[in-house]
Design a protein around this ligand. Structure first.
Ligand SMILES: [Zn+2]
Length: 287
């Protein structure tokens, strides 16, 4: 059964580790992540962007697939199904479809409007026992066509949103989505520490987990980051393994064209990436 992300993230804050959010795109992604979480005895958050939800057929299709796998693959670790960077309407649609957690990304609204919309969604989530992630200070890079500039969030604005009763807060600390440029200045631990000071035990979320050096990840966790989003890295792993399979001509041998064979190396590559991240984040054996 899907669970809210609240309990797993509060535990992560007190245990000084982070739970990975791994974005899903299809059945192979979902199965690879769920099986790895079970093997690692790790809690996990499945992230679904609005674009990926549409791609998979719609939010109800996603909920059906994930719930089916939880039951039939005997997944017993805590799993949250979470809308990633949701719009206000998208969040409502996911709640209605059976997601256990949503992110409302109101970072592009003026702070007053972000607060009003976040507040309305918190009421709905509280009523249904779901978790809600809010965002302050847009995160750089491109996420489904939304381009941010990689700013650092204002700690006072973080406090205003935190006080509304959100479950977790994504705050820009110089992190970006997708590939980090060569001249990236790294995470702003000064900003992170200032936010932590204001919001106390509230779990903080680090977006753009792909390509951040391991020592920075560990330091961020020590400063209160309890959820780290990984998306691009699984895509690269899948792509590289699939490319290798085809370049080696394996799709031309025997029944190598069978999608169950063609997609197997990519599936295994996602599993390896997720395992590596769970070890780095410290969530292994925390289920
Ligand atoms: Zn993000």
């Amino acid at each position: 059964m899907l669970v809210s992300a609240k309990e797993m993230l509060n535990k992560a804050v007190s245990g000084k580790y982070a739970v990975g959010q791994f974005n899903i795109n299809n059945l192979e992604w979902t199965k690879a992540i769920l099986l790895t979480a079970q093997e690692m005895k790790s809690p996990v958050i499945l992230g679904v962007s609005e674009g990926a939800g549409k791609y998979m057929g719609g939010y109800k299709t996603v909920v059906g697939m994930v719930n089916g796998m939880l039951e039939e693959l005997n997944i017993t670790v805590p799993v949250a199904l979470h809308l990633d960077h949701g719009s206000f309407d998208g969040a409502k649609a996911c709640i209605a479809a059976g997601f256990s957690s949503v992110m409302f990304d109101g970072s592009h609204y003026p702070i007053d409007e972000n607060i009003a919309k976040t507040k309305e969604l918190i009421e709905i989530c509280n009523e249904k026992g779901l978790s809600l992630e809010a965002e302050v200070g847009s995160i750089g890079g491109e996420e489904d066509g939304v381009i941010g500039t990689g700013e650092c969030a204002d700690p006072d604005e973080c406090k205003m949103i935190a006080d509304l009763g959100v479950t977790m807060l994504a705050a820009g600390i110089g992190n970006i989505h997708g590939k980090y440029p060569d001249n990236w200045e790294g995470l702003s631990f000064e900003t992170l520490a200032a936010i932590k000071e204001k919001v106390g035990e509230l779990p903080l979320v680090l977006h753009g987990g792909t390509g951040i050096p391991e020592d920075m990840i560990k330091k961020a966790i020590s400063l209160g980051v309890a959820k780290i989003n990984v998306n691009t890295e699984c895509q690269w792993a899948f792509q590289a393994a699939t490319r290798k399979y085809i370049e080696e001509g394996k799709d031309l041998e025997g029944k190598g064209f069978d999608p169950r064979k063609l997609l197997a190396p990519g599936f295994e590559a996602i599993k390896a990436t997720v395992k590596e991240k769970m070890e780095l984040f410290g969530s292994v054996n925390k289920a």
